[in-house]
Design a protein. Structure first.
Length: 190
């Protein structure tokens, strides 16, 4: 049993991506790609879902080398996560609340909605807002823990980089004008 657990742990650690990878300098990081951003505000009519929603798909295209192993170079592989938020009124918009995104194999993505400068937030949460993303890559390779934290942000506004339409009932849907929206990330140091 102990042998099986050890074999599984070793296999998982080296399968992060054990193919040989050249050491990449930090300044060669490709920006994250916000592949999808969609906001929805409901009509308010009886029988319709009353929630305002924001959904995003963020992708890190980078392969980040960690260390040499007997089977090649262990890396943090590229990752993609879906992030979402829902609220009912302008008083319960999750401003500045770090929310987990869908899980990934070797780390955690989070998203935080940021109130626009000078905005009252009444419509900002679906039409004028900022997003902050954080990726914590985390894995244990051959009894050594590797953790790297990256953050990046963007601002989004209807007419600038969001487009869509509102219906006669009051329902509005907005999405990215150009895809992907590139998010320049920086590595956080302790």
């Amino acid at each position: 049993m102990l042998t099986n657990v050890f074999t599984l742990a070793l296999l998982a650690a080296t399968s992060i991506s054990a193919s040989p990878t050249p050491n990449l300098p930090r300044d060669t990081l490709q920006p994250w790609e916000l592949q999808r951003l969609y906001t929805h505000s409901p009509s308010g009519r009886p029988g319709n879902d009353p929630h305002l929603t924001l959904n995003a798909t963020i992708h890190d295209p980078n392969t980040i080398p960690l260390r040499q192993t007997s089977t090649g170079t262990a890396v943090f592989p590229p990752s993609t996560a879906n992030c979402s938020a829902q609220w009912l009124t302008k008083d319960d918009v999750p401003w500045n609340l770090e929310q987990p995104c869908t899980s990934i194999d070797y780390g955690v993505w989070t998203m935080k909605m940021v109130r626009p400068e000078g905005g009252d937030g009444e419509f900002g949460a679906t039409e004028d807002f900022g997003l902050e993303f954080k990726l914590v890559d985390d894995v244990r390779v051959l009894n050594e823990q590797f953790t790297k934290t990256f953050t990046g942000s963007g601002t989004f506004k209807v007419g600038d980089n969001l487009s869509g339409q509102c219906g006669g009932s009051g329902v509005c849907n907005w999405g990215l004008t150009v895809k992907p929206y590139l998010v320049r990330q920086t590595e956080q140091t302790e």
